[in-house]
Design a protein around this ligand. Structure first.
Ligand code: GLP
Length: 294
C-alpha cells in the first residue's frame, strides 16, 4: 500500500483526478471502477473540468460503479445512477452504454448480481478502482463482517451507514435498507485500487483501515492484501496515522511520485511505472505475495 498525504482536501482531490486522467490518457479503453458519496463529487467536478479544458477523452472507457440501492430505479433522484449521470456521465463524452451500475430495481436481484460480475469479466476486469470509505470502514456497501472474498451481492445497510447517508435522501426516511454492492473480492480483483478520504471525521477509520489489523469488521482493511493500492488523504484524514513521516518521505523522494509533486504532469505516473517494469499484469489472486508491490 502507498499512502499519499496532501495539505488539504482540494489538493488530495486534484491528485486523485490527475492519477485517473493519466491512466485514461495512457489507455483510452480503460475500465474504471467508480464510487459515490460526497468525497467523490469534487473528483468528478475536476474530471469534468479536465474534459472541458484539456479535452480529456472518455469516449473509449467503460465504467463500473461499486453499488446501488435496492428498490431505486435509475431514474430516482437518490439512485447512484442519477448521481453518476449528473456528477460525471452527462458532463463528459462517455458512451452511456458503457457505463454500468447494478440495477437496484431488478426483479431478480440474485441474477442481477451474477450478471454484473459477468459483464465486468467480459470487459476484461477493472483496471482502476476508485474508492471512498464510509464511517463504518466499508468499501462500497461491504458492511461489518462482510466476507473478504465476497462477490457482488445484496447487503443490509448498517446503522452507521444509514445515519451517514440518510441526510442525502429527501425525505431521509425514504432511504432503502438494502443495497447491491460489489464484494470485497470483486474490489480486490481490480488491478489498481485508489482510495480517497478527506476530513477529520474519517481520521479514526482511516487509521484503522491502513494500520490496524485486517478484519471483516472493517472491509477497507482488506486493501492491505492488495498488490497495488494507493491511498490519498488530506492532513485531517491522516491525523491519526502513526507512520506519517515515513509516508511523507516516500512521496517526497520516490521517483514514481515526481510528476505529482508539483502538480504538473497528469500522465507521468504510468509512464514511470512502465519504465520501471511495473506495467499492468494479469489479475493475480490477492493472496499471491509474489505479486505484491505495496
Ligand atoms: C457511500 C458509498 C461508499 C462511499 C461512502 C463515502 O456509502 N457506498 O462507496 O465510500 O458513501 O461517502 P462520503 O464520501 O459521503 O463520506
Amino acid at each position: 500500500m502507498e499512502v499519499v498525504i496532501q495539505p488539504n482536501a482540494e489538493k488530495a482531490t486534484d491528485l486523485v483526478a490527475r492519477v485517473i486522467a493519466g491512466k485514461l490518457r495512457d489507455n483510452p479503453r480503460l475500465v474504471i471502477g467508480l464510487a459515490t458519496g460526497r468525497t467523490m463529487e469534487s473528483v468528478y467536478a475536476r474530471l469534468v473540468q479536465m474534459h472541458r479544458e484539456q479535452g480529456l477523452d472518455f469516449s473509449g472507457c467503460h465504467t463500473f460503479n461499486l453499488d446501488e440501492y435496492v428498490g431505486l430505479p435509475g431514474s430516482h433522484r437518490n439512485s447512484y445512477r442519477h448521481y453518476m449521470n449528473h456528477n460525471l456521465f452527462l458532463n463528459v463524452n462517455v458512451d452511456l452504454r458503457n457505463t454500468h451500475l447494478p440495477d437496484g430495481a431488478a426483479a431478480d436481484i440474485e441474477a442481477e448480481c451474477e450478471r454484473y460480475e459477468r459483464v465486468i469479466a467480459q470487459c476484461g476486469g477493472i483496471d482502476l478502482q476508485l474508492l471512498g470509505i464510509g464511517l463504518a470502514g466499508h468499501l462500497g456497501f461491504n458492511e461489518p463482517v462482510s466476507s473478504l472474498r465476497s462477490r457482488t451481492r445484496i447487503k443490509v445497510l448498517s446503522p452507521v451507514t444509514r445515519a451517514q447517508n440518510k441526510a442525502l435522501f429527501t425525505p431521509p426516511d425514504e432511504m432503502p435498507r438494502r443495497a447491491i454492492t460489489m464484494g470485497v473480492g470483486t474490489i480486490l480483483d481490480a488491478r489498481h485500487c485508489l482510495l480517497l478520504a478527506t476530513g477529520g471525521d474519517k481520521a479514526d477509520i482511516v487509521a484503522r483501515a491502513i494500520e490496524g489489523p485486517m478484519t471483516s469488521m472493517i472491509s477497507a482493511t482488506a486493501l492491505q492484501f492488495h498488490p497495488h493500492c494507493t491511498v490519498v488523504l488530506d492532513e485531517a484524514a491522516a491525523s491519526r496515522l502513526q507512520e506519517v513521516d515515513y509516508y511523507r518521505w516516500i512521496f517526497e523522494n520516490e521517483p514514481q511520485w515526481e510528476p505529482f509533486r508539483n502538480g504538473s504532469n497528469a500522465s507521468g505516473l504510468d509512464g514511470h511505472l512502465v519504465k520501471r517494469g511495473w506495467q499492468k499484469k494479469a489479475i493475480a489472486p490477492v493472496w499471491d505475495g509474489a505479486n505484491s508491490r505495496h
